[in-house]
Design a protein around this ligand. Structure first.
Ligand code: UD1
Ligand code: CA
Length: 457
């Protein structure tokens, strides 16, 4: 009887040639999270695992980009001579009696449940493979059976004409005893079209020694989709997005079209939240009850409380929106905005690092940066806080009940005290006291009977 110690190996040292990118495939994103991070997170969620190893070709990059709370040991594979060679780099670290579960770093959507099922499926004198029947098996190793028994795996590059139609593919994931693996890995060679040591060759060796090859399938076939090229990256992203959107829809988030919704992070939501087409959720987003998000909006790391609406094509980043606010269309809330209750931010208004008071409005064409704006304030069309002198940023303070007319420039640092009025077209350089009216434009002149000198033209 073999003991049940479990070791996991994630192979992630491949060349990524087919990705046609400077960035290795494991560092591309699915749902806003690195491909390898998906696998690592799933592995870290497993219970009763003795050790986890990651085989990679750039330790520094992995440490910089992937978080794994020191629970994973990294092993370097400098020469990319194939998956069999990669596993050789780590296999001698395992006790002969223990089990080794191999996962591939470029298969991100594998679920915890499927890995657990794979682990449980191993029996003595047998190895278990995770396989699936795919409509389009191209690119995968094919499972070759004789009298229903698995006898070997044939790689796509080595496949014979009559094997091309086989739909059962190998996921790259399997579980086997460590002692046997050491033996089989020693025996595999690289006499094939790619001159690589194929890990899949252990299957025919095991079979020849009388081992039984068990197969199990994942719940969803997209769990085994590998990412080798940009098309597969796009395909897995679409699978993932649609799957997530459907789950959200079924648990009460009203998404108008699950094929036109992107979640690149996490969303929390109340009741009767409605999300229109082409909305992207990035980072952590919290939406209260009855929030409505219009077509084409991007919400990133923000909180929007009950009954507020974001009208089409607005962008909200790192901001908090209180109850009953209206934002957009075409508004841009950059970092650090707090909108108080019932406030309104409209068309082509950019607002950054600003507290915007309750019942206040900035409905058209403004830039409000580094400011503190009280309640019941009206910001007219075209008002700009001039908060930057080329070197430093300065604050603008506008107290309650102030009316700022259209096309004003507020040159910070500046304070406008409560109940005051700034006439349209004013360039404000000095503070304004309570109840004052300030204008700075030149008086309008009317010159009678003025004619243009047409002869000069
Ligand atoms: C591999 C399988 C194929 C299977 C498919 C599933 C082999 C020989 N083939 O093919 O049967 O259907 O996965 O997705 O295993 N890697 C290393 N070191 C290397 C080479 C690869 O660590 O020298 C890693 C890669 O980073 C990747 C994984 O191993 O995470 C698989 O390698 P890849 O080259 O993508 O193999 P496939 O052609 O996809
Ligand atoms: Ca692959």
């Amino acid at each position: 009887m073999f003991s049940k110690k479990k070791n996991i190996v994630i192979l992630a040292a491949g060349k990524s040639t087919r990705m046609c990118s400077k960035i290795p495939k494991i560092f591309h994103n699915i749902g806003g999270k690195l491909i390898l991070q998906h696998v690592v997170d799933t592995v870290l969620s497993l219970k009763r695992i003795s050790s986890i190893y990651l085989v990679c070709n750039d330790q520094k990059e992995v440490l910089k980009k992937i978080s794994f709370q020191n629970k994973i040991k990294i092993v370097l594979q400098k020469h990319q001579l194939g998956t069999g060679y990669a596993l050789r780099k780590v296999i001698n670290r395992f006790n002969d009696k223990s089990d080794v579960i191999v996962l591939y770093g470029d298969v991100p959507l594998i679920s915890r449940e499927t890995i657990e099922k794979l682990i449980l499926s191993r029996s003595d004198n047998a190895i278990s493979l995770l396989t699936a029947n795919l409509k389009d098996p191209i690119g995968y190793g094919r499972i070759i059976r004789k009298n229903k028994e698995v006898i070997k795996i044939v790689e796509e590059s080595e496949i014979l004409f009559d094997e091309k139609d086989i739909k059962e593919v190998y996921s790259g994931m399997f579980v086997s005893n460590a002692y046997c693996l050491k033996k089989w890995l020693h025996a595999i060679h690289n006499q094939n079209s790619k001159k690589e040591y194929y890990l899949t060759d252990i299957v025919s060796l095991a079979r020849k020694e009388g081992y039984k090859i068990n197969t199990i399938h994942p719940k969803n076939s997209f769990e085994i989709q590998g990412i080798n090229d940009p098309f597969q990256l796009m395909k897995v992203e679409r699978f993932y997005q649609k799957y997530q959107a459907k789950k959200l829809l079924l648990s009460g988030l009203m998404i108008s079209n699950i094929s036109r919704f992107d979640l690149r992070g996490k969303i929390e939501y109340g009741k009767d939240v409605y999300i229109d087409n082409d909305v992207s959720i990035i980072g952590k987003v919290i939406l209260g009850n009855d929030v409505r998000v219009g077509i084409g909006c991007i919400l990133k790391n923000c909180k929007i409380l009950d009954n507020s609406s974001v009208l089409p094509y607005s962008i909200i980043e790192s901001s908090v929106i209180s109850k009953n606010c209206v934002i957009g269309p075409f508004a841009h809330l950059r970092d650090g905005v707090i909108l108080k209750e019932r406030s309104k931010i409209g068309n082509f208004v950019e607002i950054k690092n600003t507290v915007f008071g309750s019942n206040s409005k900035a409905r058209h064409l403004s830039y409000l940066g580094d400011s503190e704006i009280g309640s019941q304030v009206n910001i007219g069309a075209g008002v700009i806080t001039c908060n930057y002198d080329g070197k430093k940023k300065f604050q603008t303070r506008i107290e309650d009940n102030v009316f700022v007319g259209s096309d004003c420039q507020l040159i910070a640092p500046i304070t406008i005290q409560k109940n005051s009025t700034i006439g349209a077209g004013t360039t404000l350089t000095d503070d304004v006291k309570e109840n004052e009216l300030v204008t700075s434009r030149i008086q309008q002149k009317h010159i009678k009977n003025w004619r243009k000198n047409l002869d000069k033209q």
